[in-house]
Design a protein around this ligand. Structure first.
Ligand SMILES: [Zn+2]
Length: 105
């Protein structure tokens, strides 16, 4: 199951990030976890953060055993490929869409 933390704002979420959320949900589900999105365009982030462009989400990790979080990250990276960055932050996983090459056509 995928859910949004109360107060999370998704207006302007890019479809690429929706796809990332779907992939992350499947990875969490396969590991026996529900997925909660804790931030999208809301929240406080670095100036210039892709959150404000709807191109990033944060995922709750506190219900996952710490040793399992890197496995989830690796699987999400495998799903999404190089145009997404999947990073472990202090208390969440951060995913952002940041194409590494020019998009042609
Ligand atoms: Zn983030």
């Amino acid at each position: 199951m995928l859910s949004l933390k109360a107060g999370v704002r998704i207006t302007g979420m890019r479809p690429e990030i929706l796809l990332a959320a779907v992939a992350a949900m499947e990875v969490y589900k396969a590991a026996g976890h529900d997925l909660m999105i804790t931030a999208c365009v809301d929240g406080k982030h670095m100036a210039g953060s892709l959150h404000y462009a709807g191109a990033a989400i944060d995922l709750r990790t506190r219900d996952v055993a710490p040793a399992d979080v890197p496995k989830l990250i690796a699987q999400i990276k495998t799903c999404l490929g190089e145009d997404f960055d999947v990073l472990l932050e202090v208390d969440h996983i951060h995913i952002e869409f940041q194409p590494k090459q020019e998009i042609n056509g």
